[in-house]
Design a protein around this ligand. Structure first.
Ligand code: NAD
Length: 291
C-alpha cells in the first residue's frame, strides 16, 4: 500500500501555440520570499503543477527553491513569471532589447530554472506610448531561442490587444486579468475567444473578502456541500478560464484544488451572474503606472 496521497486531476487548457497549461494554478502575490518556500511546497504537495509569480513579487527565489526541493520532474511543472514595468525605462532600440533580456535572465536565475514555461508583460502602460510594442519582439526572440515555451500578456485591454495583434507575428497565448464573479470581464473574454487567446483570472476569489461571504454564493455552496471558494473556482473552470488562486494556509490550498466532482447548473450560474457589480478590486490598466 502506498502512503502517497492521490493527486487531484486538474483539467488542462491547450494554448494557441500548442502549449498545455493546468487550468488551476497557484499564485504567490504578496507572499514574502521566505514564506513562498513552504507555501509553494504545500501547493505542489497538494497537487498544483502550475505556479504564478512575477519579478515584482520578489519571491522568485523562494518559489524556485520550493520547486527544486519538490522532487517533481521539471517537465511536470508549469512556471510563469512576468516582466516588471521598471519605471520610465526606455524599452526601445538595442538598449531596450538588452533590458528585456537582462530582466528575463535575472528572473530565470532567481527561479533557478533553465527554461521558463510562460513569460508575461505585466502591465500594458498605454500612457507610455505602448512600449509593449518594443518589448514583444524580444519576447518572440526568447521564445524562438527556446528559453521560454510560451509568451503572453497581463492586464491588456481590448485596444492594447488589437494593437499588439496588428503589429506582431506571434499572438500572446493568454491574457492574465482581474476576473471574478463581481467583475466577469465578458467583453474582454469574447475578444479573447474570437482571437484564440486564453483568459487567465487573477484575484479569481476576489481576494477572498466580501465575495466569499455573498449570500447568493453561500446558497450555491450549501446546495452542493462545498465552500464558496470552491464554487467560485468551479465557475472559472466551467467558463473555460485558467485561474490562479492564492493562499498560504495548507487546508485552503488543498480546498481550492478540490473542485472536481460537482457541476454548477444553469440556476447556479444565473445566481452567480446576479452578483456581478462590474467593479474592479484592483487597478484599472488604463491608468496603472506603478513602478
Ligand atoms: P485571490 O482572489 O486568489 O484571493 C486570495 C485570498 O483569498 C487569500 O489571501 C485568502 O485571504 C483568501 N482565500 C484563499 N483561499 C481561500 C479559501 N479557500 N477560503 C477562504 N478564503 C480564501 O487573490 P490574489 O492573490 O490577488 O490573486 C491570485 C494570484 O493572481 C496572485 O497570487 C498572483 O499570482 C496573481 N495576480 C496577478 C496580478 C497581475 O497584475 N497580473 C495581480 C494580482 C494578482
Amino acid at each position: 500500500m502506498s502512503s502517497t496521497p492521490a493527486v487531484p486531476q486538474i483539467p488542462v487548457v491547450t494554448l494557441n501555440d500548442g502549449t498545455r497549461i493546468p487550468q488551476l494554478g497557484f499564485g504567490v502575490w504578496q507572499v514574502p520570499d521566505a514564506e513562498a518556500v513552504p507555501a509553494v511546497r504545500a501547493a505542489i504537495e497538494a497537487g498544483y503543477r502550475s505556479i504564478d509569480t512575477a519579478a515584482i513579487y520578489e519571491n522568485e527565489a523562494g518559489t524556485g527553491q520550493a520547486i527544486a526541493e519538490s522532487g517533481v520532474a521539471r517537465d511536470e511543472l508549469f512556471v510563469t513569471t512576468k516582466l516588471w514595468n521598471s519605471g520610465t525605462v526606455d524599452w526601445s532600440g538595442p538598449q531596450g532589447r538588452d533590458r528585456v533580456r537582462r530582466a528575463f535572465d535575472e528572473s530565470l536565475s532567481r527561479l533557478g530554472l533553465e527554461q521558463l514555461d510562460l513569460y508575461l508583460i505585466h502591465w500594458p502602460r498605454p500612457m507610455h506610448g505602448n512600449t509593449f510594442l518594443n518589448i514583444w519582439p524580444v519576447f518572440e526572440e526568447l521564445r524562438a531561442e527556446g528559453r521560454v515555451r510560451a509568451i503572453g500578456v497581463s492586464n491588456f485591454r481590448v485596444p492594447d490587444l488589437e494593437l499588439l495583434l496588428k503589429e506582431s507575428a506571434v499572438k500572446p497565448v493568454l491574457n492574465q486579468v482581474e476576473l471574478h464573479p463581481y467583475f466577469p470581464q465578458e467583453e474582454l473574454r469574447a475578444f479573447h475567444a474570437e482571437h484564440g487567446i486564453a483568459t487567465e483570472a487573477w484575484s479569481p476569489l476576489g481576494q477572498g473578502k466580501d465575495l466569499l461571504a455573498e449570500p447568493a454564493l453561500l446558497a450555491v455552496a450549501a446546495k452542493h456541500g462545498r465552500t464558496a471558494a470552491q464554487v467560485v473556482l468551479r465557475w472559472h473552470l466551467q467558463s473555460g478560464v485558467v485561474a490562479i488562486p492564492k493562499s498560504v494556509t495548507p487546508a485552503r490550498i488543498r480546498e481550492n484544488l478540490d473542485v472536481a466532482g460537482f457541476e454548477l447548473d444553469a440556476e447556479d450560474l444565473a445566481a452567480i451572474a446576479g452578483i456581478a457589480t462590474g467593479r474592479r478590486i484592483g487597478p484599472d490598466p488604463a491608468g496603472f503606472d506603478w513602478n
